[in-house]
Design a protein around this ligand. Structure first.
Ligand code: NAD
Length: 280
């Protein structure tokens, strides 16, 4: 295989890609990278300004993008996104990235109420179902498509004070596996990424540090740094492109190694590791 054939594997030239929450953060990085790989990007965002900046950046880089502004929790916005994207694609879109989600702790489980659970369902999972149901039939009809969902490492390890978030994100990974099996023979692949430690609008590194010594980052994150939106976007591009032609139903950890370490912390002085954090 020559280098031009390798370049073709990662190319999305001629493809149309839909990204929810595609203005900022991981979604913003994803919109920009998929566009740089050649896709026409139809990005949804609740924030009109973030959406406009993303479209402008993509166009400035020679790419092509359209924004659909609105709250993806609303069925009407999903419908509008679907109508716009299928018009741009003149039929089935090639890639759907279900990225919207919200990491805001709900507090102690026993003190959470039904409304909070409903809200968690709406922001984490229901729009993933709705967007997938909207775009999937056309993908099946043409016999190709890649769906990439965004879950979290907290779907695989325990997170106190955010139990419903964890449960609905585990739902995203379970949905990914089950749907992948259901639609594999229709030529549609369904995969997922599970981020951790992203330096984004939702979890800025500075806020996560909250005055802690930045030298400690290497003790929490094996790769020794926060993730940037482009780090997660690369994993999405892999799962959206032909590079991952035989991958479906998978959730890929994109976490700088936190799940691999899973409870093991590098000592602050850099001398070895411990799973029993102690005072310095
Ligand atoms: N930040 C992390 O470390 C981290 C860790 C694990 C999982 N995740 C997941 O990654 C995804 C993206 O997170 P992020 O850190 O990039 O978030 P972010 O808040 O930095 O960016 C989210 C983007 O989506 C848009 N958005 C928010 N709510 C929306 C809605 N209802 N409808 C349409 N657009 C909406 C925002 O305007 C923004 O552009 C989420 O599903 C999140 O749960 C993030």
């Amino acid at each position: 295989m020559g280098s031009s054939e390798v370049a073709e594997l990662v190319s999305l030239a001629g493809a149309t890609a839909v990204v929810t929450g595609g203005g900022g953060g991981i979604g913003g990085g994803t919109s920009r990278l998929l566009a740089a790989a050649g896709a026409t990007v139809v990005l949804n965002d609740i924030d009109a300004e973030l959406a406009a900046v993303a479209v402008a950046d993509i166009e400035a880089g020679g790419g092509s993008a359209v924004a659909v502004v609105g709250d993806i929790r609303d069925a009407e916005v999903v419908e509008r996104l679907h109508a716009t994207a299928t018009e741009v694609a003149e039929g089935a879109v090639d890639v759907l990235v279900n990225n919207v989600g919200d990491y805001r702790p709900n507090g102690r489980f026993v003190e959470t109420d039904d409304e909070q659970w409903e809200a968690q369902y709406e922001i984490q999972l229901r729009h993933v179902f709705r967007c997938t149901r909207a775009f999937l039939p056309e993908m099946q009809a043409v016999g190709r498509g890649a769906i990439v969902n965004v879950s979290t490492v907290e779907a695989f390890r325990g997170i106190p004070m955010n139990t419903a978030y964890s449960a609905f994100n585990a739902g995203i990974s379970a949905f990914t596996r089950s749907l992948a099996v259901e639609v594999g023979r229709d030529g549609v692949r369904v995969n997922c990424i599970a981020p951790d430690m992203a330096d984004t609008l939702q979890t800025p590194a500075e806020a996560m540090l909250r005055g802690r010594d930045p030298d400690l980052v290497g003790s929490w994150i094996p790769l020794g740094r926060w993730g940037q939106p482009s780090d997660y976007a690369r994993a999405v591009l892999f799962l959206a492109s032909d590079l991952s032609s035989f991958v479906t139903g998978s959730t890929l950890m994109v976490d700088g190694g936190t799940m691999a370490a899973s409870g093991w912390y590098g000592r602050a002085d850099g001398r070895g590791w411990t799973n029993l954090p102690d005072r310095p």
